[in-house]
Ligand binder design. Structure first.
Ligand code: TXA
Ligand code: MG
Length: 332
């Protein structure tokens, strides 16, 4: 199979020629990668069980890991759920379109392959203009995991998608650089709601709307069972071994770079003498800015032939929860 790459400028409508072609491909049961405001997704018509099965095949994803279904507005989400609770309405009003995924009771029209046979479905309304245009043009809900091979780093560009999936999928809509870590996943089928995957929406922002939530459902730092099968400890990982240290990591970098080439992910410009064996990436010192650069930086460091990547962890506060979670997982 040859993967077709179609370029789409940032601001498009559902009648843009390449968007129309991609939408037709989705309706025909093909696999289409597309940008979102988090990472690139690998989409298939969520109501077409055999198309969705091809996603699992292309990614090498275990069949027990359910997929997020993407729709353009709340109206298209409603037929997919068995029940739309008041909390969902309030959260959707505040955060959709945007990087929040809600887990809700499924409707019977959602195929088993999407939900991994479970009684719930995960739904998200992405904000990225290309994703919005594609979903509107497609006119079908789109199941889409991140467009990477299972257990690899999530892609934030069309090049990243092709590196992992060239020849395994039908089409990539190249909408330029995507912007963040994966969406926040909140399970509304439990009381209180459970944060299955932290993202850039801080727990306190969710609690302001739905009251108390339970943290750590599948977090690398949390205890307890893993209700979300996707939340395996080693996930989102670069190939280069990565070590996370509390603080800025300068001491670790100094020691490790004595004999080997080391990458250093930090939030402040290092002083003189970072060392000649050190490749430094300085990311913004705020959670949303940092999340927006994290995967691109890890992809770059992963290509740089390093022995190690050292990360100085940001503080253990609620607003950094999503970033710390991904860094922990990348470190294994
Ligand atoms: O930002 C994102 O969410 C990206 C873009 C493409 O939208 N998608 C994404 O999909 O990260 P994926 O498949 O890589 O991660 C989906 C996560 C997994 O941890 C999966 O287990 C969980 O959501 N999930 C999906 N459906 C679920 C369900 N019904 N119940 C619990 N967890 C679910
Ligand atoms: Mg993923």
């Amino acid at each position: 199979m040859t993967t077709l790459v179609l370029s789409v400028p940032e601001l498009v409508g559902p009648d843009h020629e390449n968007v129309v072609r991609a939408a037709e491909a989705l309706r025909a049961g093909q696999l289409v990668a597309f940008p979102t405001e988090t990472v690139y997704g690998l989409g298939a018509n969520a109501l077409d069980a055999s198309a969705v099965a091809r996603i699992f095949e292309a990614k090498g994803r275990p069949a027990n890991n359910p997929l997020i279904v993407h729709v353009p507005t709340v109206a298209e989400a409603l037929p997919l759920v068995g029940h739309w609770p008041e909390e969902a309405a309030r959260l959707a009003e505040r955060f959709w379109p945007g990087p929040l995924t809600l887990v809700l009771p499924r409707a019977l029209c959602v195929p088993d392959v999407v939900t991994a046979g479970g009684a719930t479905v995960a739904l998200r309304v992405p904000a990225h203009p290309v994703a919005q245009a594609l979903l509107r043009a497609a006119g079908v809900p789109v199941a889409a995991p991140s467009a990477n091979r299972s257990n690899r780093l999530s892609p934030t560009s069309a090049e990243h998608v092709l590196r992992d999936l060239d020849g395994r999928i039908d089409l990539v809509l190249d909408g330029g650089a995507a912007g963040s870590i994966e969406s926040t996943v909140l399970d509304l089928t439990t009381a209180p709601p459970r944060l299955l995957r932290p993202g850039t929406i801080a727990p306190a922002e969710l609690e302001a709307i739905v009251g108390r939530i339970v943290l750590g459902g599948g977090s690398a730092e949390g205890a307890g069972p893993l209700p979300s099968p996707g939340m395996l400890a080693r996930h989102y990982a670069p190939r280069t071994p990565l070590v996370c240290v509390e603080g800025d990591g300068a001491e670790t970098v100094r020691e490790m770079s004595e004999g080997e080439l080391v990458g250093w992910l930090t939030r402040s410009e290092p002083g003189v003498g970072a060392g000649k064996n050190v490749v430094v990436k300085v990311l913004p010192d705020n959670p949303v800015g940092y999340a927006g650069r994290l995967y691109a930086a890890l992809h770059e460091l992963d290509e740089a032939g390093l022995a190690w990547i050292v990360v100085g962890l940001p503080p253990a506060t609620g607003e950094w929860l999503g970033v710390r979670d991904r860094l922990r997982r990348a470190g294994g």
